[in-house]
Write a new protein. Sequence first.
Length: 127
Amino acid sequence: MADELSGEKVRKVNRTRPIFLKVAVNEEEQTLLREKMLSAGTTNFSLYARKMILDGYVVHNDFSALKDLTRQLAGIGRNVNQIAHRANESRSVQERDVQKLREQFYELKRAVSAHIVGLLGEDDGYY
């Protein structure tokens, strides 16, 4: 029988699973699949693929709340810049107060960004 991962035709036999599914990959992906199969202790692609498809999982992260938070932060940043512009025109607000507000905004923005990066780094699922 030909190597299942080589793309060669596999000879037909009476099987308990007569339906064949095909997956197109490039050479790099093929190599990675072989490595993962070996680390899983198998050289049987059908067994590995079936196990991953049926028992594996796909991680889907819903970042809509974080995207909304990021939009809100950008709005705050625009408001800070408008306040700074008005303060520079009327001189009714101290520049150091505006600078402190800006620093607080950027610190908050950095914290949110670090949180997002942390969420992305925790993802070890299969795609």
